[in-house]
Ligand binder design. Sequence first.
Ligand SMILES: [Zn+2]
Length: 325
Amino acid sequence: MFSAYGCEVGVVGESTLHQRIPYVYIGNDKSNCIIVQGGIHAREHITSLLVVNMAKHLLKRNDLLLLGGIYFLPMVNVDGVRLAQEGLDFVKSSKRRQELIDLNGGSIDFSLWKANIRGVDLNVNFDASWGKGEQNVDYPATANYIGSKPESEKETRCLVNFTREVNPLATLSYHCKGEVIYWRFGQTMNKLWMHYRLAKAIAEDTGYALAHDKGSVGGYKDWCIHQLGIPAFTIEVGSDYYKHPYPYSDFFNIFRINKDVPRKLLNSVVKMKQTAVKHSIIKNGIPIDDEVDYQLITQDSVDDNQEQLDNITNCTDEQPDNHSS
Ligand SMILES: [Zn+2]
């Protein structure tokens, strides 16, 4: 469908089982882009449907202003998602099939599987305090295995290399579930404040709560913040009212809430970049621009106001009730 509309579709790389990890690009300026990714945890495949439909939404609504471009990566863990959805039939190696059954406690029902096809949890396999997470395990499992080293997995390396290549201004990672937004990973001073403003804007737009899980490290969002210094957000869609595998009957509710988040984030970070450039030239106050989707840029955002930073820390350190994502 996407190529029929004349937009760029491509491959980020290949999975362990040589399946293609696809992307679609929509926009007009690759030097100002963001990445939106989903399906890194197998059982959260509703986020793949979400990311594809976000891209479709932008195609259909070509009247909406885009100040740059968006790379949509709907399914990073293509092998894992297929395992969760289809079971073992597509896995050719009988040895691997048996290993997967063993890891899955003897069951052939893989609908709750989170890891990749090698039993590595991709969202703890990134080089950002790797191996220091509270729930990390050091053996293959359905979830939480960190891998033999950072970026040990093909899918992780694909995402890392692609991200370095396109050099995004921000990233959005879609997970399920809990209706919360994670945005912290050791930011300080101005960066903490500016990333917080973005997170708060997304929270107000979606109605999701801001959260901070200090025990969770090694994820893609963490890597983007730590290694690239860019704002990065993990958005947990879907209510804890439901259990995994998350019911597709709730999809349109999730889509309605999130469909404009990528565009608004893109436009906001592009404006931030442009304003920062302007600011560094004129060394003057930053004007508020009515066209910014998330009203982020005020003089406050460039002040090192310790009291404000303390407030940010205090109001977002609470971990919400347990939700598995
Ligand atoms: Zn997840």
